[in-house]
Design a protein around this ligand. Structure first.
Ligand code: PLP
Length: 387
């Protein structure tokens, strides 16, 4: 079966009632028929559920679908994207190791690295997303993991997964990719040599702005370490959120197709707008890393970003002039969203720090939704007229 069919058809074992849609397994623990069955389960002599911090049928269903979609060996679902990110760091890095990452990474990931990894004696350093030539020189003898996101947030830089995959292999380094922006249907990092792939399921995977969730998939022996770490420390995905997410995956393919189609049309229309000085969308030939994007991605995804000529004031004016698009920090929703990173999510950085990661004063990030594209465009165009 093709991965998208598996995302629809993989189903937790029937409970006897022959439900067509998987029921919600809202239980914290599981029972045994007798003492011997219970002993054998705890001794790992038989496979059975024990406790929902370890696993749960609905959580397993979501996990199995994601493993199929990413072409991975194994997976573990977590309470949020951040617990998947940080779980993968703490389960696999130890005192004296070095994490090599990219300066353009999700804000909370950056904060967690900067604030907490040094407490565990773990070193880190960054390479700029638009300087692919710098990765190899940045590898240290103790580099244990390379972690990156592509496309990057919010600047939409594209990093060559094939080159990084080969580099990681050559130096025997774990290659860990946050694939949130592309989704497994837009890009499969494992095909390019990634050992681990992480998602914030909160974004496109849910796609409807309802639940928090995360997952890590990849090589069996690495995922097992992350599972053991999370099982001991507790960031399990809730069965309810897993049930929502598993259903969401059944429509991921059609949703992403429309998100990408709408985004492409909006990007094409806006790229010559007089109020906009530059615009980025991975599948537009004008994107500086277009050739990498079309090599490793199946579609351009739902995020478009552009720079307003009028800088920070124009950015705020643009948000204030929107009538339909939502002003919210999330992305990957049926509803289109606009954000102005310089005055919101990245306002705490200095101007210099923002510029270093390509967050310019007039940068607007759009998460293109599933509304009719004419309505999304009309709202953006009337807001541009006002700024
Ligand atoms: C949102 C996001 C995360 C964090 O996910 P949460 O589910 O909010 O914890 C990590 N990486 C990227 C790229 C994200 O957009």
């Amino acid at each position: 079966m093709k991965p998208i069919t598996k995302a629809i058809r993989i189903q937790t074992e029937q409970t006897g009632e022959m439900e067509h849609s998987t029921p919600l397994f809202l239980t914290s623990s599981f029972c045994y028929n007798d003492a011997e069955e219970m002993r054998a389960t705890f001794a790992d002599e038989r496979e059975a559920y024990i406790y929902s911090r370890f696993s749960n049928p609905g959580v397993q269903e979501f996990t199995d679908k994601m493993v199929a979609l990413e072409g991975a060996e194994s997976g573990y679902a977590t309470a949020s994207g951040m617990s998947a990110v940080f779980g993968s760091f703490l389960a696999l890095l130890k005192k004296g190791d070095h994490l090599l990452s990219c300066s353009s990474i999700f804000g909370s990931t950056h904060s967690a690295i900067k604030k907490y990894l040094p407490n565990f004696g773990i070193e880190y350093s960054y390479v700029a997303a638009d300087r692919p030539q710098d990765w190899e020189a940045a590898i240290r003898p103790n580099t244990k993991m390379i972690f990156l996101e592509t496309p990057t947030n919010p600047g939409l830089d594209i990093i060559d997964l094939e080159i990084l995959g080969k580099l990681a292999k050559k130096h025997n380094i774990i290659f860990n990719v946050d694939n949130c922006f592309a989704t497994p249907l837009g890009q499969r990092p494992i095909d390019f040599g990634a050992d681990l792939v992480i998602h914030s399921a909160t974004k496109w995977l849910d796609g409807q702005g309802r639940v928090l969730g995360g997952i890590v998939v990849g090589k069996k022996e690495l995922v097992k370490e992350i599972y053991l770490f999370c099982r001991s420390t507790g960031p399990a995905l809730s069965p309810f959120n897993a049930w929502v997410l598993s259903k969401s995956l059944e429509t991921l393919d059609v949703r992403m197709e429309r998100h990408s189609k709408n985004a492409m049309q909006i990007a094409t229309t806006l790229q010559t707008h007089p109020k906009i000085s530059s615009l980025r969308y991975p599948f537009l030939p004008s994107h500086p890393q277009y050739s990498i994007a079309i090599k490793q991605m199946q579609s351009g995804g739902g995020v478009v970003c552009f720079e307003l000529k009028g800088g920070i004031d124009a950015g705020r004016k643009f948000l204030d002039s929107l009538k339909m698009l939502s002003l919210t920090a999330n992305l990957g929703d049926t509803r289109s969203i606009a954000s102005h990173p310089a005055s919101t999510t990245h306002a705490k950085l200095t101007e210099e720090e923002r510029i270093a990661v390509n967050i310019t004063p007039g940068l607007i990030r759009l998460s293109v939704g599933l509304e009719h594209v004419d309505d999304i465009l009309a709202d953006i165009l009337q807001a541009l007229d006002n700024c």
